[in-house]
Every structure is written in C-alpha cells, then in structure tokens.
Ligand binder design. Structure first.
Ligand code: FAD
Length: 249
C-alpha cells in the first residue's frame, strides 16, 4: 500500500487506500518461475487493450505472499521487444475484476500465517501505477527497502527464539552433576548466540531508522521543496538504506 501511496495518482489513492485501511489485503507480485533474484527477466506480459481501455495481464507469478489478496501490485513487461528492466512497468490488479487464479499454494516449513501462491494471470484487467518503464528500476527498488525490513525482522525473531530455546535447554539439561550451561564450551556458544542476536537486532533498528528518515523526507518533498540540507540528508539516508537492507537479509 505504501508503494501505491508513493507512486499512484490521486484517483488511485482515493479508490484503493481506504479499502486497505478498512482491512483489505495487498500483495506484491514480482517473482516468476524464471525470474527470482534476476527480476530483469520478468516475462508476464502487459498489453494495452484499446477496446476496453485497460491493460491486460497474461502469465505466471510464483511465491507470492498473500497471493489471494484483494489488490495486487504486479510487475509486468509492457514494452514489446524489450528484455531488460527498462521494459517493465507496475500495474494494479483488483481481484473484484477477476482473471487471476491461485494455481498452487506452497507447503512451507514456517511462515504459516500467509499463503505463498502461484498465480496464473489470464487476460486479467489492470491499470498502470506510475509511469511506464519505471516498474523495476524505480518502484520495485523503493518497495524493496520496506519489504526487506520485514524479512530482517523475521530473522531477528528467529534468532531470538533459537537463543531462548537453547538457553532453556542448557539450563535444564544436567550432566556430570550440573546444568550443562556451567561448562565453558556450552556457555561460550550461548554467549556468542546472544551477542549475534543483539547485533542483528541493533542492525535492524538502525536500518529501519535510515528507511524512516529518507521516506519521511520523500513525503515532505511531495508537499514542498526540500532545503539543500534536507536534500542532502534524503540522498544520504536513501543510500544507507539501499546498502543496509540487503545486508540485513
Ligand atoms: C516465503 C516466501 C515468500 C515470498 N513472497 C514473495 C512475494 O510476496 N512476492 C514476490 O514477488 N516474491 C516473493 N518471494 C520470492 C522471493 O522474492 C524469491 O524467492 C527470491 O527473489 C529468490 O528467487 P528464487 O527463489 O527464484 O531463487 P534464485 O534467484 O533462483 O536463487 C537461487 C540461489 O542462488 C543465489 N543467487 C542467485 N543469483 C545470485 C548471484 N548473482 N550471486 C550470488 N548468488 C546468487 C540466491 O541467493 C539463492 O540462494 C517469496 C519467497 C518466499 C520463500
């Protein structure tokens, strides 16, 4: 929703943001069977349909969190004949219009709270979000900083849970007449785990601060011109966020 808010137009804001605030769900549909890390090779096709005055999406997306969502942001190839990221645009697909089927739900080891779906787009009607050709190079890049923070937070939670489990066991388990935590080799392992978990948490909070600062300045820039100092800050923190969010994963 943040991406729609950042790059959609006023009309799209008024139609979609209230629905999200009322509890409808959104998904970001980027990954495809042959385009994972390498999003430049996304092939899902967007064609402008003159008759119905809207875009039509055709193709497959994979590993989509909440793929059964009400509103989708879809990365698709809108520029015929292109092969790289510059031919990709961002689209909004509204589930109410139909045209997308959930073909498969992944059976995962964790993250059971949200379905991870494979989707088939079959002439699904969609509208352009922002400008053509900026889908990957601008909008997905902006979206990723927020999405990566979520993944980092999951990792911090997993570290914390693993440490608590290990600490509990090492305090309960007794060998040679005492709890195994009292043996230096075991204590050292747990101390290292604790230190790494704390370091990961500190990195998450610091990175979240970088993202917050540049996004707040982006927001202010929509209402008034930034001062030269503010522009400098905005650039500095955006750079820090771009560098730290991938590292945190
Ligand atoms: C639980 C879950 C939820 C997800 N939710 C979404 C979602 O909501 N929306 C969405 O669009 N996608 C989603 N994804 C997909 C996710 O973004 C992709 O899995 C990810 O981009 C990696 O793509 P891939 O799985 O095809 O792996 P690949 O790109 O095939 O990579 C395989 C391995 O090769 C490594 N690798 C690839 N390229 C390089 C390189 N240049 N240098 C070094 N190593 C490399 C990777 O690190 C990885 O270990 C989700 C995935 C999971 C598991």
């Amino acid at each position: 929703a943040e991406t729609l808010y950042e790059f959609g137009n006023e009309d799209q804001h008024s139609r979609y943001i209230p629905r999200v605030c009322a509890g409808e769900t959104m998904s970001m549909d980027l990954t495809e069977p042959d385009a994972g890390s390498d999003l430049q090779s996304v092939m899902l096709k967007a064609t402008y349909d003159e008759a119905s005055q809207c875009w039509r999406l055709n193709g497959v997306k994979r590993f989509i969190t909440n793929g059964d969502s009400d509103i989708h942001l879809v990365l698709a190839r809108s520029e015929e004949g292109t092969r790289d990221g510059r031919g990709l645009s961002m689209f909004i697909y509204d589930k109410r219009n139909g045209g997308v089927n959930v073909r498969r739900i992944e059976n995962k080891m964790g993250i059971k709270g949200s379905p991870t779906c494979e989707l088939v787009f079959n002439n699904a009607p969609a509208e352009l979000c922002g400008e053509r050709r900026l889908g990957l190079i601008k909008y997905v890049m902006a979206l990723m900083n927020g999405a990566r923070l979520g993944i980092m937070a999951q990792a911090v939670g997993l570290c914390e849970a693993a440490w608590r489990e290990a600490d509990k066991y090492a305090n309960e388990r007794r060998q040679f007449g005492r709890a195994i935590i009292e043996f230096p080799a075991v204590y050292e392992m747990l101390a290292l785990m604790r230190a790494r978990a704390d370091a990961t948490r500190a990195m998450l909070y610091e990175t979240a601060r970088y993202v917050d600062i540049y996004k707040a300045l982006d927001d202010i820039a929509r209402e008034r011109k930034l001062t030269p100092e503010e522009r400098k800050e905005q650039k500095r923190y955006a750079k820090l966020a771009d560098a730290f969010t991938p590292m945190g994963m």
